[in-house]
Design a protein around this ligand. Sequence first.
Ligand SMILES: [Zn+2]
Length: 244
Amino acid sequence: MVLAVKELGGADLLVFFLDRTGTLKRGLAKNAKKSMRRFINCLEPLNLVTLTYAPAHSQLLLKEAQLEVSFPALRKDPLIMGIGNLMAELLLAFIPENDPHEESFMLTLEALKQLNNNRPPLLIASIWILRLMLITGYLPNFNKCTICNADLEQKKRWVWQVEPPRCVCADHHLSGDLKWEWDLEVLMFLRSLQTLPLSRIWRLGLSTTKIGGLFKNISRWCEAILQKEIRSYKWLERIIIKPQ
Ligand SMILES: [Zn+2]
């Protein structure tokens, strides 16, 4: 799965991709821009390709690529395109190089199929990010209140704060910023996402009015973890998601 392609000097391209074990690798495609025969326009982010490569000094040398599967919805709808860019950017940021992440690979493949089948893009993106965070160990605990240890399920309203990171009952007065108050529906959604098998998470539903806010919440939280701006999210926020 191609994640990113960077232009180097001359006609060379540097390609970041996940192999079939979900291992993030980088490979140099020498003269790729001139050699259409070897890389017939298939080095687009999130395409599935068969890559032929050989080890060279510090990186792989790509010899040729053949397109296996592309997801046309990613090239047609601006919202889905933006989400595709976000997925590629987050995978590059969260998955360390040369370390197998097969589960993340399968998760991404399933999410792409869902997006291509016209499922609600922001819902699918939220499910994908949350599950990726679970796999990579960044998902917060949504069970107990960080302050009083009460079961959040016993409270009608609760707050997910990004800075400082905590989940608490809505009764407490909170200092700091980036906090969102949520209800039981969102709590149950977040909990189910952690326990359901991969094949069933895509059917999870959430009220349409809450999806945009939750997606924003999740994206800001990713930025807090990475301690940097997520460019594709900023693009999505500016162009697609209307200010709330
Ligand atoms: Zn509490």
